[in-house]
Design a protein around this ligand. Structure first.
Ligand code: B12
Ligand code: SF4
Length: 548
């Protein structure tokens, strides 16, 4: 099916502050389901067996928010299929089954919908996939398109007044978004946070840039909308109270999309950490030009931001211009920007795209050289994929270069021969994640990045008996599974021995966990098990993440 491609619409406005909400007449039972991930680089599934109880990366913000937004007299249950399947009884219990998800989870979303329909239940889907491509879900009863807002209220009204399935699909499209500062705290009380590798929090939504391949500006707008710093701290309180987590990821597409807002938030985060004894490490996504803001960087260091994902995409300036990623073309060269972030204790994670129109047969070598020089341990090296609702999709469609073949690694007709591009991707991926190369880059990070971090206090929050037991369990598991039984154990020990002697236990745990996932994932790519484009529908249903 060809997704509809609206030319970029006017930004969806926010509703007036404090707008009254729909008051329901009935009680309803709502079953919220988040579908299993499809196995991909970003899910970290190879690290889960090394950790106690972890079965998924982070709690899904979107559907937890919707769960929290439901009328207070309605009964709400939540199942994350990454933790366990939905039971027959739960489907039977529900009046309505509501689902969220990304394009890559499309088969799972449709499967949940079928199961619910078999029991005669009303179904609804919202989230980034249906918002970009409603056509992917022809059989779901209610489609929620866009962010939470008037459409959510109308959908709730519909569910309140009807229990039977509609004759025809009904679409609710957000015309007025709920201001972020009126978002409820996601329903963390419905999840066990210890089952997740990290917690997640949202501060802003939207990004001011217009990278050609990205659907964020069209899905979430170009003017970042914001929560208040108090709201963010309150959500951190709620998370810390509910479960034992050591890290929180800011899911904002660009944490510094509105620099002034980030500057206003950071003192609150620093205060929060100090008040609570620095229980959390923070990670975020940000544009590389963050390197030009020393004041922001200094505050991020003090708030204990330890990882920042930057969409570097390509080290080649002309290529960056051709994909409208001009925010990476700065007076400061890319390698210097990475060094700068490292000097504030932040490990950089980088997105890299292969298959751009500017690529040449030498691209793989240039990217590998960049990996070596930048010393970035983790790079999401991805084949270009045209996402619906992007300028890239529209350009390629005009040029007749969108290929709708689900057996292919990407839906783009590259300018270079397809096989050659896929081979370049495989070469980059499998070389970058050879155990020796990964460990070399991490050794660099330990010396040149981790050493620049603040030394958080030995507070009760960090050194509780529970935390120490958990750390010991993970360390023991790593020593057995990686140190004893992995084929790359010698490489592991060459870094681990001196690190353990120096008491850098937390650092070596991080290195071992991340490396293990990268190495195993790359080995699967080499065997042709994994897909080159993590956006591709080729990531099949049978490659869903299997929790250990
Ligand atoms: C954190 C994150 C992840 C995490 C966790 C994902 C999760 N959902 O738990 C991880 C790392 C696992 C991940 C992985 C991937 N991700 Co991701 N991810 C994100 C990110 C940065 C934030 C998600 C989030 O929490 N947003 C905040 C919440 C509040 O927004 P939301 O989910 O859209 O929810 C709002 C509405 O949509 C609506 N809503 C949501 N659900 C529902 C349900 C109902 C019933 C209703 C009424 C409303 C509703 O209400 C919410 C409030 O307005 C987004 C970017 C973004 N801006 O969202 C990308 C994004 C979702 N990811 C994306 C992609 C492509 C991926 C990957 C394929 C590749 C990758 N980039 O690594 C993998 C695939 C994973 C897999 N193999 O299954 C794309 C999805 C494109 C699409 N349109 O489907 C996005 C949009 C980024 C992008 N453009 O590249 N991702
Ligand atoms: S900076 Fe990031 S989120 Fe913003 S448009 Fe570019 S890729 Fe998308």
């Amino acid at each position: 099916m060809t997704p509809s491609q609206p030319i970029i619409a006017a930004p969806v406005p926010e509703s007036a502050p404090g707008k009254a909400r729909y008051v329901p007449h009935n009680c309803r039972r709502v079953l919220c389901v988040f579908p299993k991930y499809s196995q991909s680089f970003g899910t970290f599934h190879h690290a889960y067996p090394l950790l106690a109880n972890v079965k998924a990366l982070m709690p899904p913000q979107g559907i937890l928010l919707v769960a929290a937004y439901m009328p207070s007299n309605w009964e709400v249950r939540f199942v994350d299929e990454n933790l366990r399947p939905v039971s027959h009884r739960e489907y039977q219990w529900a009046d309505v089954v509501i689902i969220s998800g990304m394009h890559i989870q499309r088969p799972q979303i449709n499967r949940i919908n079928d199961l619910a329909h078999r029991m005669g239940k009303l179904t609804a889907v919202g989230g980034p996939s249906v918002s970009g491509c409603p056509e992917y879900y022809p059989d779901v009863d209610l489609l929620h398109i866009g962010e939470m807002g008037d459409a959510t209220d109308r959908m709730i009204e519909y569910i309140d007044l009807h229990l039977e399935r509609p004759q025809q699909q009904i679409r609710f499209e957000t015309k007025e978004r709920l201001p972020l500062n009126e978002f409820p705290v996601p329903a963390y009380h419905l999840v066990n946070l210890s089952n997740y590798l990290m917690g997640s929090v949202q501060f802003s939504s939207g990004c001011p840039y217009r990278c050609e391949f990205c659907d964020i500006p069209e899905l979430y707008g170009r003017n970042p909308r914001l929560k208040t710093p108090e709201q963010v701290c309150h959500e951190l309180d709620a998370m810390v109270a509910t479960g034992d987590i050591g890290a929180v990821y800011f899911v904002d597409d660009n944490f510094v999309g509105d620099r002034r807002a980030a500057m206003d938030l950071l003192p609150h985060l620093i205060d929060w950490q100090k008040r609570n004894g620095y229980p959390l490490q923070f990670a975020c996504e940000a544009t590389l030009n963050l390197a030009q803001s020393p004041k922001l960087l200094e505050m991020m260091r003090e708030a204990y931001f330890t990882t920042v994902f930057c969409g570097i995409e390509t080290p080649d300036t002309d290529a960056l211009k051709s994909i409208s990623k001009t925010q990476n073309v700065m007076a400061m060269p890319i390698l210097e920007a990475i060094d700068t972030l490292n000097s504030y204790g932040m490990e950089v994670v980088s997105g890299i795209i292969i298959g751009l129109d500017t690529d040449t047969p030498d691209t793989a070598n240039r990217i590998l050289e960049f990996v070596r020089l930048s010393q970035i341990p983790m790079l999401t090296i991805n084949l270009l994929h045209a996402l619906p609702r992007t300028p890239l999709w529209r350009r390629l469609e005009l040029e007749g270069r969108i290929v709708n073949d689900e057996g292919r690694e990407s839906n783009v007709e590259f300018l270079m021969p397809y096989e050659q591009v896929v081979e370049m991707w495989r070469k980059c991926f499998t070389t970058a994640y050879q155990p020796k190369f990964v460990y070399e880059r991490f050794a660099y990070q330990m010396k040149h990045t981790f050493s620049n971090r603040i030394q958080p206090p030995n507070s009760p929050a960090r050194t509780s008996g529970k935390n120490i037991r958990k750390g010991l369990w993970v360390m023991l598991n790593i020593l057995i599974r990686v140190g004893l039984f992995s084929e790359y154990r010698d490489i592991f020990w060459s870094l681990a021995k001196p690190a353990i002697k120096a008491g850098k236990i937390e650092q070596i745990i991080h290195v071992a966990l991340v490396s293990h996932h990268l190495i195993r994932f790359a080995q699967e790519c080499a065997r042709g098990i994994e897909s080159a484009s993590f956006y591709s529908q080729k990531v099949r249903e049978d490659r869903q993440v299997v929790a250990a």
